[in-house]
Design a protein around this ligand. Structure first.
Ligand code: GDP
Length: 194
């Protein structure tokens, strides 16, 4: 499925300019700036530069919409950190709450840093809105197997304690080594019922 051609659809800075909510299932990716979101979306669709990556934090200030064939819509949300939490939360919630075909939100966390306050705040917003999300740990190549496994257990423990609408399976990916990409693709296919 992920071998179907992926194309850029459009960038938007607010609700009035986002693509129409068609019947195509949609999944969105969110995370702190520099979390590896652009690299991950490129990795998922096997493209080097579908999403422009940047080492500059806060570079992605728009929602970017992509399509795989005519069957799945992927949304790259702005990294948090470029606007105040309330502004970011307001825009994101506007989008997330009005998107009928949004099947799941992938929230990206760096296992070297764990769940930060800004991540918890966003998860709380999603919980309050009853929106289904799943945690993906990024850049797993940066940690030894042991350190990664400890970091993952800590994240899982915190989610069990605090999160409500979180899908229980925490995934790990490395865009650099491609580890975990197939598992994430499978999860997306399942979430989108494709
Ligand atoms: P974004 O701001 O969340 O879109 O993050 P980017 O995809 O632009 O990545 C931010 C930085 O992390 C860049 O310097 C990437 O090269 C690096 N990076 C992204 N993914 C990985 C990964 O899987 N492993 C490692 N080691 N570095 C990564």
């Amino acid at each position: 499925f992920f071998l179907l051609p992926a194309v850029f659809v459009k960038s938007a800075t607010n609700l009035s300019t986002i693509p129409e909510n068609t019947s195509i299932p949609e999944v969105a990716f969110i995370g702190r700036s520099n979390i590896g979101k652009s690299s991950l979306i490129n990795g998922l669709v096997n493209r080097n530069a579908l999403v422009k990556t940047s080492s500059k934090p806060g570079h992605t200030q728009m929602m970017n919409f992509f399509k795989i064939g005519d069957r799945l819509s992927l949304v790259d949300m702005p990294g948090y950190g470029w606007k105040s939490r309330d502004e970011w939360g307001g825009m994101i919630l506007d989008y997330l709450q009005h998107r009928k075909n949004l099947r799941r939100i992938y929230i990206l966390i760096d296992p070297s840093h764990g769940i930060k306050d800004s991540d918890s705040q966003i998860m709380k917003l999603l919980d309050e809105s009853g929106l289904s999300y799943q945690v993906v740990l990024t850049k797993t190549d940066k940690l030894s197997k042991t350190k990664y496994s400890i970091a993952k257990s800590e994240v899982e423990a915190q989610l069990v304690k605090d999160a409500i609408c979180c899908y229980p399976l925490v995934l790990g990916v490395s865009s650099r080594t491609k580890d975990g990409l197939d598992e994430l693709r499978a999860a997306i296919i399942k979430a989108g019922q494709l």
